[in-house]
Design a binder for this molecule. Structure first.
Ligand code: NOJ
Ligand code: MG
Length: 545
């Protein structure tokens, strides 16, 4: 028995040592004080380049008073959870008084808070408690239209001669050849003109009829809306997500990002620049790229969403070609002016849950998030993506509600969201996709996000580093590097969902051997080439300098 055990031990020992002889010597690079680095990177004008943003749908985030509707007090109580995840900034969906025909994008008062969510005092408390944790707060600036319940519209519709008669776009007939955008998309009801019986004229609306477009040809409207921005800047918000900002002005040749609109954007930017460290991000209407939204790189937006990736990633991930995933980032690198920083999403309140875009294949949403969190740009996580929230089926406002269901915090009744009846039903599989369950599972989506966010934290290469996409001799292997002045990282994504691959990247000229920081795989240098192994549908980050 003893002999046998001894022989076995010898065999094991021998096979181990021969493996060790083949394996490359493990490499580790000197570690910096990452928390101190994070603090440095997140301080000053360029903080947004290094920040991780998180889009909050207040209504569905956390209900504090048991009425089934999320509120500001609830959100405040979750700041620690957001901080633990690695969130540096919030984008709040509209929190203003609203009749809710477009989930709050129909604003009835720009200077107040929806009573379901709280009051201005709660908002101030949110700001100070978020700031105390180093979390910034951006609000949604919806300037193309107001609600038809806004006092401006009530006055405007009351007669043809009142002081605000010209604040909206009124015509005697439903249409105008000088407004070359007469239809709206199906969600909002096709016809862009509605007869108002009081004034007996038609008004123009790009979205729901309850969202009349403001008339920016009137200088009073320009001033009034800039004053709205000023109101929130004075209150201490860190910036704005600018809703359909391209649509402010109309002309006969088009209504999308025309020169007059660009001029307005420059004014808004100049206003922001009067306050320290405030930033704005554009909701682009162009899915092919957002480079125009940066202007010179200094006079328009700090960030603009890259929807070519953000809303369309489901397509390249359904195929095996790595280059299709890389294309939007190559395009941005080519077209964006210096200093531009795309906002990167894999979902939002306007599209299907990432779970749906990934056709329910877990490795797809994880890889999509991996690319979002490691390519150049500022990531915006849509609440619940870190749990892989499933879509809901109940419709309260419109079909987009499937991605607006309540956050799931625990296994308790109401899933920790509410002690009452939620305003909309939970998404599917809530017992599987709540924070409590996922936190305890090292293989969960939440654990993936938390680990990845902590790896990226305090590493300048991710927020500001140069991108190099390198072709592997295997088209299913996506290989790219991000480099700051003193560190370089290699990212590898396996597009093949069935098999692992080993690929060679000729001319990679890596500055050092790979230290695996995240995921699974191996990276070795062979002269100027790199040889990389990645499991089926895998992701990996290596440090090479
Ligand atoms: C874009 C918003 O994201 C969307 O939810 C809204 O319906 C329209 N703008 C109109 O405000
Ligand atoms: Mg409530």
């Amino acid at each position: 028995m003893r002999l046998l055990a001894g022989t076995l031990a010898l065999i094991l020992l021998c096979s181990c040592s021969s493996d060790a002889a083949d394996a490359p010597p493990p490499v580790t690079y000197a570690e910096k004080d990452r928390p101190a680095e994070a603090k440095r990177l997140l301080t000053g004008r360029d903080w947004y380049r290094h920040a991780v943003f998180y889009e909050v749908n207040i209504r569905s985030f956390q209900d504090a008073d048991g009425d089934g509707i999320g509120d500001l007090k609830g959100l405040i109580s979750r700041l620690d959870d957001l901080q633990a995840l690695g969130v540096d900034a919030l984008w709040l969906m509209p929190m203003y008084p609203t009749p809710f025909v477009d989930s709050g994008y129909d604003i009835a008062d720009y200077r107040d808070i929806n009573r379901d969510y709280g009051a201005l005092a709660d908002f101030d408390e949110l700001l100070s408690k978020a700031h105390a944790r180093g979390i910034r707060v951006m609000v949604d600036l919806v300037l193309n239209h107001t609600s038809d319940q806004h006092a401006w519209f009530t006055e405007s519709r009351s007669s043809k001669t009142n002081p605000k008669a010209d604040w909206y776009i009124w015509r005697d007939t439903p249409g105008d050849p000088n407004i070359g955008c007469g239809t709206v998309n199906d969600t909002f009801g096709k016809d862009a003109w509605k007869l108002d019986p009081t004034r007996n004229q038609y008004y123009f609306h790009r979205f729901y009829a309850g969202q009349p477009d403001l008339n920016y040809r009137n200088p009073e409207v320009v001033q009034a809306t800039l004053d709205v921005a000023k109101f929130w800047l004075d209150r201490g918000v860190d910036g704005f997500r600018c809703d359909v900002i391209a649509l402010l002005y109309e002309s006969k040749d088009g209504c999308d990002f025309i020169p007059e609109t660009q001029e307005y954007i420059r004014k808004l930017r100049a206003l922001l620049d009067g306050y320290p460290d405030r930033v704005m991000v554009a909701e682009s209407t162009d899915y092919s790229g957002s480079s125009a939204y940066y202007g010179t790189g200094k006079d328009m937006f700090h960030m603009a969403f890259n929807f070519q990736y953000g809303y369309l990633w489901g397509l390249p991930f359904a195929g095996n070609a790595a280059k299709n995933v890389a294309r939007p980032f190559e395009d941005s690198a080519k077209k964006n002016p210096e200093g531009a920083q795309d906002g990167l999403v894999i979902g939002s309140h306007d599209v299907n849950r990432a779970f749906v875009a990934a056709r329910e294949i877990e490795s797809r949403w994880l890889r999509a998030a991996f690319v979002q969190l490691t390519m150049p740009g500022t990531p915006y996580i849509y609440y619940g993506e870190e749990l892989a929230l499933r879509p809901g089926t109940q419709v309260v406002v419109d079909g987009r509600d499937s991605a607006r269901t309540p956050m799931l915090w625990s296994k308790a009744a109401g899933f920790g969201f509410t002690t009452g009846k939620p305003w909309i039903a939970f998404g599917a599989e809530p017992e599987k996709t709540n924070l409590e369950v996922e936190k305890a599972d090292p293989k969960s989506t939440y654990s993936f996000y938390r680990k990845l966010l902590s790896v990226r934290r305090g590493r300048e290469a991710f927020g500001g580093g140069a991108l190099q996409i390198l072709a592997a001799d295997d088209p299913t292997v996506l290989f790219y590097t991000r480099a700051s002045s003193d560190e370089t990282y290699v990212m590898v994504v396996g597009m093949d969902e069935d098999d692992g691959h080993t690929a060679t990247v000729a001319g990679a000229n890596l500055p050092g051997d790979g230290q695996l920081l995240f995921g699974e795989g191996a990276l070795v240098r062979e002269g100027s080439a790199a040889k990389v192994t990645i499991p089926a549908a895998g992701t990996a980050i290596f440090r090479v300098r």
